[in-house]
Design a protein around this ligand. Structure first.
Ligand SMILES: *[C@@H]1O[C@H](CO)[C@@H](O)[C@H](O)[C@H]1NC(C)=O
Ligand SMILES: *[C@@H]1O[C@H](CO)[C@@H](O)[C@H](O)[C@H]1NC(C)=O
Length: 564
């Protein structure tokens, strides 16, 4: 339904308002997006990335790659008797990147964070779990520093986990704890923090034994919190719906056709597709991966073509089936990131052949692909413009509040190797700006004016309403000039920032919100909309989210909202 909204007050349960745009504004052009190098070198390769609600991105690598290219401040050094490569290391293996100022500073991690996992706690603190060697069972926290504080740093707790977690996956639960599952030789899960002070224990998960193959191919399982509060867990080519409260498999999904593995080292990627307002169903998309045997064959110098297929499944159905779709090109080690317009998923980074692992891929996938879940089958994928920086093994991507993606990392070598290799260790950071950020869309771009995007996060509770005022330049011109032409449907989205590593954006979640009321305000081109926050923590676990107003497919800059 299209509603015209010029000075009228409209009540509409689902969506919202239509903003008149002046004729002659070009719609988003095809195959686009743009790439910008933000930093040639931040000194640390971005193996893991997490955006916090202070608009700073916490980046870290492993600690035993040799010397990084970023010195620790004030002559500080790491003297760790268990460090394997550099006994005395005065370089940083973690950095904090400030989005607004495009600056970074070194952070200090003591024990090895290699191939670890993470969650942002309800209070906005990054809780990183596991790693390797002296870091296998450690928990490290990094608070969102206050504005102007450039001294806050990591805090580490030794042996806080019940089991070694190397290549595990985390998912935040409705009660705010982290569910931590799998890892090398760990067919178990655990919770952090534990329910009481008696300490945690690892609980066996036979599904991880059942999905193990000689190449493993079930590491970094894809985990999504379903709207019924159960966990969808995907490993290799299989999936279950898991009731973690009762330690019970409540549904076994059919195998993803073809039998080829989708998890590390045959790393595909996966997202929970955007949830509709007051959702009654949820869908998962798994894309790419590598045929069985690919990891082994890279050791003999054979680089098999990656998988070109995606599987999509309605995880809330009692008898669901995978629907297979074909990407424009094969991809392994891609990252899948939900775009804030609620209508697109970007598949970015990775390679067209090989697998994850040292020197295990030859042909980078330079062009991201957009997937539009609501388009008809056959009309969902669109290839975007290419970067010229290879983002292979150990690369990552996260969504920023301004709608760009921060892209970093890539290190397919066992140490830092900057020369004499085909794909050197990458210390650069790039921004990928999806097509909606093209200046040709500026007239249609909403700007949230209240609450201010520059203010503190807005506190909300479950089921509460949130009122947003926003402006759209084209609306003013349309009113002044008697416009007409392009129209957009306005919606509001809410996005949980992800912990991205190894081709999986953990805890990533996008909800379209119910709008109760929208109205044009007296001030030219300004509108007000009220949305209802999700009803339960199973829909949106407690914590910080970015909220965007979306005109058609053009999102505003987001605001931070804290739900509890
Ligand atoms: C390392 O940092 C120095 C500046 O401190 C820079 O000149 C050099 O290019 C960097 N190396 C890499 C590989 O980024
Ligand atoms: C990378 O550097 C390390 C140490 O400097 C070296 O031992 C290794 O052979 C290099 N790797 C490659 C692929 O050149």
């Amino acid at each position: 339904m299209k509603l015209t909204l010029l000075g009228n007050c409209i009540h509409h349960p689902v969506l919202l308002l239509v903003i008149l745009a002046c004729a002659g504004i070009a719609p988003a052009s095809g195959a686009g997006g743009r790439w910008d190098v933000l930093q040639r070198s931040i000194g640390v390769s971005a193996m893991h990335m997490q955006l916090l609600h202070n608009d700073r991105v916490i980046i870290f690598d492993r600690t035993d790659f040799g010397l990084s290219n970023l010195s620790l401040p004030d002559g500080r050094c790491r003297r760790n008797p268990r460090e394997r490569v550099v006994p005395m290391d005065c370089t940083a293996h973690s950095a904090e990147y400030d989005v607004a100022s495009n600056t970074f500073r070194p952070l200090f991690v003591f024990t090895d964070t290699w191939c670890s996992s993470g969650t942002v706690a309800p209070d906005g603190t990054l809780v990183q779990t596991g790693g390797w060697n002296d870091g296998y069972r450690n928990v490290r926290t990094m608070a969102a520093c206050e504005a102007g504080d450039d001294t806050c740093d990591w805090d580490e707790t030794q042996d806080a986990l019940a089991a070694n977690r190397w290549y595990a996956t985390n998912q935040i639960l409705p009660d705010g704890r982290a569910f931590i599952v799998g890892g090398r030789r760990q067919f178990t899960y655990e919770f952090y923090p534990t329910a009481d002070s008696s300490g945690g224990f690892a609980i066996s998960l036979p599904f991880l034994v059942q999905t193990k193959d000689p190449e493993e191919n079930n590491l970094y399982p894809f985990v999504h919190l379903n709207i019924d509060g159960n966990l969808f867990i995907f490993a290799k080519n299989r999936a279950i719906l898991f009731d973690y409260k009762k330690n019970k498999v409540v549904r076994t999904y059919p195998e993803l056709a073809g039998g080829d593995p989708r998890n590390y080292p045959s790393s595909g990627s996966s997202v929970l597709l955007p949830l509709k307002p007051s959702p009654t169903e949820a869908e998962v998309l798994v894309c790419g991966g590598a045929p069985a045997g690919s990891y082994t064959s890279t050791k003999d110098g054979t680089f098999s073509s990656a998988l070109v297929t995606c599987g999509r499944i309605k995880i809330t159905d009692t008898a669901p089936a995978w629907v297979i779709e074909t990407m424009p090109s094969p991809r392994v080690m891609g990252d899948m990131i939900l775009l804030p317009n609620g209508a697109e998923v970007v598949i970015i980074n990775g390679a067209m052949d090989g697998t994850a692992g040292w020197e295990s891929a030859k042909t980078p996938a330079y062009a991201p692909v957009i997937y539009r879940p609501d388009h008809s089958p056959g009309d969902r994928f669109e290839e975007q413009s290419s970067t010229d920086i290879a983002r292979l093994y150990h690369s990552s991507a996260v969504l920023l509040r301004d709608g760009r993606l921060l892209v970093g990392g890539s290190n397919p070598h066992i140490y830092y190797n900057f020369s004499n290799v085909q794909y050197p260790t990458e210390l650069s950071l790039e921004a990928y700006s999806p097509d909606y950020l093209d200046p040709s869309n500026d007239a249609l771009r909403p700007t949230i004016v209240d609450p201010s995007p520059n203010g503190a996060a807005v506190s909300v509770t479950y089921g509460a309403s949130l009122t947003l005022q926003f402006a759209v330049p084209a609306a003013r011109r349309a009113r002044g000039g008697g416009g007409g032409g392009g129209i957009g449907l306005v919606s509001v989205t809410m996005v949980a920032p992800s912990f991205t590593t190894h081709s999986f954006a953990m805890n990533q979640r996008l909800l379209l919100l119910d709008a109760v009321k929208t109205a044009a305000l007296a001030r030219a081109s300004t509108y007000q909309t009220s949305v209802v926050m999700p009803a339960t923590a199973a829909l949106a676990p407690p914590g910080y989210y970015m909220v965007f107003v979306v005109n058609g497919h053009i999102p505003s800059e987001g605001i931070w909202v804290h739900i509890q």
